[in-house]
Design a binder for this molecule. Structure first.
Ligand SMILES: Nc1ncnc2c1ncn2[C@@H]1O[C@H](COP(=O)(O)OP(=O)(O)OP(=O)(O)O)[C@@H](O)[C@H]1O
Ligand SMILES: [Mg+2]
Length: 331
């Protein structure tokens, strides 16, 4: 197996121009300087409030949106500078599962056709071989017996079953990297764990790397090895899941985590409904640390002047906050 992480971004930026009439009046800085790695066979949870740039980051990694600057290394090769044709070849090694299992499946296709489609598009296998692969994929996502589900249409299935179809479609080409963008947030709480365990099982069997996008720390705890906390286009904290959840270091992460005594591990960590204050504008973000207008530890003349670097604290932990300056220097 080759060395290094499977996916790595270096100072990745994705800006969307805002136009008024025919003039560009500014840029929405959806992703603004993110350097993040996803190891082989690893799941990284990307957690943050709505509009913090999570989906844009995931789409950039899949080559679905072109970065403004920075590099995206997939298995050592920069995909940010690839032609569409080269990208298409690399994309075969990637998969995506979307949030909404109702909107992401073509309602006029049978389950069979939905799951087979990536094989047809990529001209993989004969008709017979494809049939074999579809049936195996359906079994793998526990839609048994596969013949029964293959002939169904999406509207005949439950939300959980539909998401299993979407997962079968995502894994049928045997991708090495899958972006799962809020894959369980629209499902009943009772089936969330089942679906996340299914991802785990697929990972164990085939060695897949996942970027798991979520606003929900409880499920991140279940299904990630590492967590990256995103705020206004930037990663403000990163580290092993256990460490980040048991000792959150960035004031924003601390604000997100509400430890409540609950015997159900799924409910032990809750994302607060609202962190006090407003998320900043990505068109005109605050100076210095983007979190400073909402931060209880705000240091005037420092946090509002210069952006804190992402301090490396050792043990895989990184935090972009001046409060950790001394600890970083001592580590
Ligand atoms: N194609 C686009 N054109 C212009 N602006 C965009 C585009 N896609 C996203 N944005 C903007 O980029 C910012 C980040 O959006 P993004 O969807 O990445 O956030 P998110 O963290 O995934 O949010 P959510 O949790 O709501 O899914 C938002 O301000 C959004 O309006
Ligand atoms: Mg999103």
């Amino acid at each position: 197996m080759p060395e290094g992480p499977l996916v790595r971004t270096e100072d990745l930026r994705v800006y969307f121009p805002v136009r008024k009439l025919f003039r560009t009046v500014g840029y929405v800085r959806a992703v603004d300087g993110v350097s993040l790695s996803i190891g082989r066979n690893e799941t990284v949870a990307l957690v943050g409030e709505s509009g913090s740039g999570k989906t844009t980051f995931g789409r950039a990694l899949l080559g679905l949106v072109r970065p403004t600057s920075g590099r995206i290394l997939f298995d050592g090769t920069d995909i940010a500078s690839m032609s569409e044709k080269e990208l298409k070849r690399v994309r075969r090694r990637m998969g995506i599962v979307f949030q909404d299992p109702y909107a992401s499946l073509n309602p006029t296709f049978t389950v069979y056709r939905i799951v087979e489609e990536p094989l047809v598009v990529n001209r993989i296998g004969t008709k017979e071989e494809r049939r074999e692969m579809v049936m195996r994929a359906l079994e793998e996502v526990k839609l048994n017996p596969p013949e029964f589900f293959a002939s169904k249409y999406p509207h005949m299935l439950s939300g959980g079953q539909r998401q299993r179809v979407a997962i079968a479609r995502a894994i049928i080409t045997r991708p090495e990297f899958v972006v799962a963008d809020e894959p369980v947030s629209m499902l009943d709480a009772s089936i969330r764990v089942e679906i996340l365990l299914l991802f785990r099982e697929i990972q164990r069997r085939h060695g897949v790397s996942f970027l798991y996008i979520t606003h929900d720390l409880a499920t991140a705890k279940y299904f990630s090895d590492r967590i990256a906390i995103m705020y206004a286009g930037k990663v403000v904290e990163e580290g092993p899941t256990r460490a980040v959840l048991s000792e959150p270091l960035h004031p924003y992460t601390q604000a997100l985590i509400e430890a409540i005594p609950d015997p159900d591990p799924m409910n032990r960590f809750k994302m607060r409904e609202v962190v006090p204050g407003q998320p900043p504008s990505l068109l005109n973000p605050p100076s210095g640390c983007r979190f400073h207008p909402r931060c209880p530890y705000f240091m005037k003349g420092k946090c509002d002047v210069q952006e804190p670097p992402l301090y490396d604290l050792g043990g895989g932990r990184k935090v972009a906050c001046y409060l950790l300056e001394d600890r970083a220097a001592g580590s």
